[in-house]
Design a protein around this ligand. Structure first.
Ligand code: C2O
Ligand code: CU
Length: 688
């Protein structure tokens, strides 16, 4: 629903620019008309009507932002009220008090007074243009002192300059009326200047948007302490790694490792390599794979295991890493190129070692140019089984990964390597655990048709007393996982992707020959009301050491690392200008996440699990929800909490990896943790 409000706001603001543009033009014509160069009454009337229409449109905008405030809340309009409203309201007052009385009758249009018409109308146009610019291209999501004042200052200076300009110009016109040709030339000149200024500004902004050759992953300039103790600047020495750190207990990410010695309980080797894979339909895809397969080989371990994984890069020129999505590993094992390690280049290897603590369905993927590498296939399931598998004898455990492949013929969606219907023979009465993993960037909607079932875990964390469901639509954001359990009934059961043009479907039946039956309509499953409450470490009334706010916005267009594109912002900024959230070990942290854009944002915090406190102002009414990837849909506002118990430098980003690669990335940093790694062309590290 927020889309409708934001869409109307966009149209109204664009309307304001056009309307005040037209009105400014007609007001300008009065200048010439007064000295016989046109019809004063016509231009006066147009200016008057235009002004009133412009004021009405402004009031409509006010109504829209008030409605957004009432329906969605303060965080959705904070910048509109604090920054944009004054930019429009002050010129409106100026127009009403100065211009409109003069426009009432022709007598008011004495040349000496015309400035009082021209300036307010033109200032109103300037205000509308800045308002439109801010809302579409440069949102001051959480306005700081500079954003609160600078635009008003620009407007005031514009007003003064316009005043002098029009005064002089009027005097000249009255002395000597310019001919139509001169007026047109002058108009063309003004337009050309305006376009020229705009074009140079664009070129400058495109150039300066390029990342430097070497860049620290963590923003040291804009640090948010969440209202808690102000800490030493994170890695203040970050730009010069040879310098000893300030503060005495500085620790480098490279020291925050898993157990370094001893025999691991499980050992794996992942070979990153290019390989053409053949889908079930026979289609081949030029994929980038782990061990030549898609998904990569399942890593299945038990809670408590020490796991060792050796990553070998055979031929991925950009380099690779492995990130253990959803597993809270020590920082050095987190696999983020440029922050916790260097990308592993062809011929090189890197070994990860860590102890896995909690059971659950997770996945692994490369975190080097991840928007490209994950899409091309560098991912696989990572399943941690409970320590003692309580007689899983007759439990069928199936993992399936949904993925979108970019092919020359368009997107192909698969369940594992299948883009066509798969069948599985399952004896009636068998308990089936289905682990659904979404490795694509877009939200996937699953339906399980033909049986009742339970959602027993989300993001690997068990749901407390999950109820029986049927006919529900299960929305899983990019990077998210759902575990479903059902008991095989007499008739076939179909797992399919709802509302997608894909044949990727699994049919379970007694003889393995059952027919698919699709769900055509259903209610969207709401995890915040599912299951029953259980004790949690945090609640909305916990006293928090730090409270952060993340406002997620779309910028309609912007320059990013030398490219022009739609961008995705956090608190009005795109990476690397997004703020760093700073914490101290032991802090209890609350974050409020607000989606003011038209797209889903599955927000993923590395190294920690977020306890959901509330959604859209309502506390959870069902089971505790402990997530690593929180799907925030347009218009949603969530409060989440976590305990800062895993020191390091951690990414916090949208797992629509294209969004992450277009700005929607930031970091959580622990006091005094530094990294020797950098990103940028010099290092070859490009985590996004
Ligand atoms: Cu699954 Cu930062 O990623
Ligand atoms: Cu996103």
């Amino acid at each position: 629903m927020i889309e409708a409000f934001l869409g109307s706001e966009f149209i109204v603001l664009l309307g304001l620019v056009l309307l005040w543009g037209g009105t400014s033009f007609s007001a300008n014509q009065i200048k010439y008309a007064l000295n016989g160069g046109g019809n004063v009454h016509v231009w006066r009337n147009i200016t008057r009507i235009g002004s009133w229409a412009g004021i009405a449109l402004f009031l409509l905008w006010v109504v829209i932002i008030c409605l957004i405030l009432a329906v969605f809340g303060w965080y959705f309009v904070i910048d509109r009220f604090l920054v944009v409203l004054p930019l429009l309201a002050l010129p409106v007052c100026f127009v009403i008090t100065a211009a409109l009385p003069k426009l009432k009758n022709a007598a008011g249009l004495h040349p000496n007074y015309l400035v009082a018409v021209l300036v307010p109308v033109h200032v109103m146009l300037a205000g509308s243009m800045i308002a439109f610019y801010l809302v579409t291209l440069d949102v001051p999501a959480i306005p700081d002192g500079q954003e609160l004042t600078i635009y008003l200052a620009i407007l005031a200076v514009t007003a003064v300059l316009l005043w002098f300009y029009h005064k002089r110009r009027l005097a000249r016109i009255l002395l000597h009326q310019p001919g139509i040709l001169r007026r047109m030339l002058r108009g063309a000149g003004c337009t050309a200047t305006f376009v020229g200024v705009l074009a140079s500004w664009y070129a400058w902004s495109l150039e300066t948007s390029k990342f430097p050759g070497s860049l620290s992953m963590v923003n040291h300039e804009v640090v948010d302490f969440g209202g808690g103790t102000v800490l030493a600047p994170p890695g203040a020495q970050g730009h010069d790694h040879s310098q000893p750190a300030i503060g005495n207990n500085t620790v480098s990410v490279t020291d925050l490792t898993g157990p370094k010695t001893g025999e691991p309980d499980k050992r794996f080797t992942l070979y990153a390599e290019k390989k053409a894979i053949t889908l079930s339909s026979g289609k081949t895809i030029e994929a980038w794979t782990f061990n030549g397969q898609t998904p990569g080989p399942p890593i299945v371990v038990q809670a408590g295991d020490v796991v060792e994984v050796k990553l070998v890069n055979k031929d991925i020129e950009q380099g690779v890493t492995v990130h253990w999505h959803g597993v809270d590993v020590p920082n050095a094992e987190d696999g983020v190129a440029g922050m916790t390690q260097n990308a592993v280049m062809p011929g090189e290897s890197h070994t990860y070692r860590f102890r896995v603590e909690e059971a659950g369905s997770h996945w692994y993927h490369s975190h080097q140019t991840s928007s490209i590498q994950v899409q091309k296939g560098l991912f696989g399931p990572f399943i941690i089984l409970p320590e003692k598998q309580q007689d899983s004898g007759d439990m069928l455990d199936i993992t399936t990964v949904v993925h979108d492949w970019d092919t020359p013929q368009g997107t192909v969606t698969t369940l594992d390597a299948a883009d066509t219907l798969q069948t599985k023979a399952v004896k009636r009465g068998t308990k089936v655990r289905l682990r659904l993993i979404n490795s694509s960037s877009l939200t996937k909607v699953f339906a399980l048709h033909g049986t009742s079932y339970q959602v027993v875990a989300i993001d690997g964390e068990a749901i407390h007393q999950p109820g029986e469901l049927s006919g529900q639509l299960l929305k899983i954001g990019g990077g998210g996982r759902y575990d479903l359990v059902f008991t095989m009934p007499d008739d076939p059961v179909t797992l399919h992707l709802y509302g997608e043009n894909t044949d990727a479907t699994i049919v379970f039946s007694e003889d393995g020959r059952g027919k698919a039956s699709y769900l055509h309509d259903g209610e969207v499953f709401d995890p915040t009301t599912y299951g029953t409450p259980a004790p949690t470490p945090f609640s909305p009334v916990t006293s928090f050491d730090r409270e952060f706010v993340m406002i997620l916005d779309q910028l309609y267009l912007g320059n990013y690392n030398g490219k022009t594109s739609q961008l995705w912002a956090i608190n009005g900024e795109v990476f690397p200008n997004t703020p760093t959230f700073m914490v101290q070990e032991g802090d209890i942290v609350k974050t409020t996440i607000v989606n003011r854009s038209f797209a889903d944002h599955p927000m993923h915090l590395h190294g920690h699990h977020m306890h959901v406190l509330s959604k859209n102002g309502k506390p959870l009414s069902g089971s505790p929800l402990v997530l690593d990837t929180l799907l925030v849909e347009p218009g949603d506002i969530y409060e989440v909490a976590f305990l800062a118990d895993n020191p390091g430098l951690w990414m916090d980003h949208c797992h629509n990896l294209e969004h992450a690669a277009l700005g929607m990335t930031m970091h959580l940093a622990y006091e005094n943790v530094t990294t020797p790694f950098t990103i940028g062309t010099d290092s070859g590290n490009h985590p996004e």
